[in-house]
Design a protein around this ligand. Sequence first.
Ligand code: C2O
Ligand code: CU
Ligand code: CU
Length: 498
Amino acid sequence: MKRRVFLKSGLAALALAGAAGASGTFRSLMPGRFSLITGTQSVQAAAGFRELLPIPPLLEDMSNTADSVHFAMQVQAGSREFFPGMSTPTLGYNGNFLGPTIRVRNGQQFRMHVQNELHQTTSLHWHGLHVPAKWDGGPRQPIAAGAGWDPEFTIKQQAATLWYHPHAMGLTGEQVYNGLAGLFFIEDEVSDSLDIPRAYGRDDIPVVLQDRRFFVNGQFAYVQGRHDVINGVIGNYLLVNGVMQPRLKVHAGMVRLRLVNGSNSSIYTIRLSGSKSFQMIASDGGFLERPLTMDSIILSAGERAEVVVDFSNNKLDSQLSLLVDQLGGNSFEAMAITVDRPAETVVKIPSSLLPLEKIPASEATVTRKFIMETMGGGRMGMMGGGLSINGRKMDLNRVDARIKLGSTEIWEISNRSAMMMSMPHSMHLHDVQFQILSRNGRPPAAHEQGRKDTVLVMPGETVRIISRFRDYKGIYMYHCHLLEHEDEGMMGQFEVVA
Ligand code: C2O
Ligand code: CU
Ligand code: CU
């Protein structure tokens, strides 16, 4: 509670500072010709909840064998009516906005042809995937306008809800904002055999949460000033799978929601109306050791959680809603949920899911410190380019950490908070799933004790994580997943070497 108040005042101070001191480094992506659509969605709640929650189609596999998959993905421009009669220019994968769900199995050979039909460079990164560096799809693997890219690798990873999005240098935030993102599910024997809902789109529901801001002509209002870079672009409308205020119809049984914070920079607290509780079964990198009963969950930009909701005690035709609060921002009635049919399946969530092999701290041979700073101190000037990690901004020609292949490291990540510049950060590492050893010297909460690739670091906090760097050599990214921070240079490179 205290933290929240502190943060709010920090954000307010930032907004003022940004407006007053807008520096020259900021590149305006959309000249402010139009004013913004103001007010929040909750005001219009009564008008919404008519459209059914769209379920992204599963991407069609063109291979004929069980041990391989072969996909085709086109990155394209389009448009969509978020407001009736008003067309918003968008980007999408194989469509107008967002993309199909990629579903693979552990051990499969993965192949994809990606065709960039945009007039600008993009890339395709698999967030959370343990993948050879040259197929990571980060800033080192740009796909030029009109060009193709043909990644090919083996899935070496347990069941998890991952996602994909573009990651070209300096363009990530804008392209994600315009609609480029999709889900990437890995399944395996464990996810097959556990007694959990698994019928895609019926009782296993993807829920991609993204807030947006619009101009009165319907265009997305991406970064408008320096304060948007520092605070992140915080929207006053919330999309669920690309739609405002949809309705989800569920059976009166167990329903699995795969929650993804796909926003650019928001931190969401997610809950159900009536304080209805749910069971969390998986974090970023897969199943928890056992289900965890919770009544709300916080996800920072890039984080995921799988939860199971039991609707068996809800009467037919009863209404609930999914509520989403932005930290220091708006509150949304994000989605209506109607129980519209009797239970189709009966599952009893097992009391244990998947044991976690805890990486002992003693296994680590190296401890590194990473300081995430919103203000660069005197050297960079008060309002200047002050978003950095260890005082540096991203440079493709510089490797920030060399890590021995096969070794285990502890990373100590601090959010150094200067009075006026308190911003939360969301640290993400490519290549690995890590474990959180401690948050401010204390063991992490139960829901953060599993497999993670992204972690929220609040102002003043220090989070220690541990990870093994196995299988692949090469250069990978680590960065703040507040995408405006990332594009502004809050990113570095680690190289795994022999
Ligand atoms: Cu979700 Cu470096 O990315
Ligand atoms: Cu990633
Ligand atoms: Cu950040």
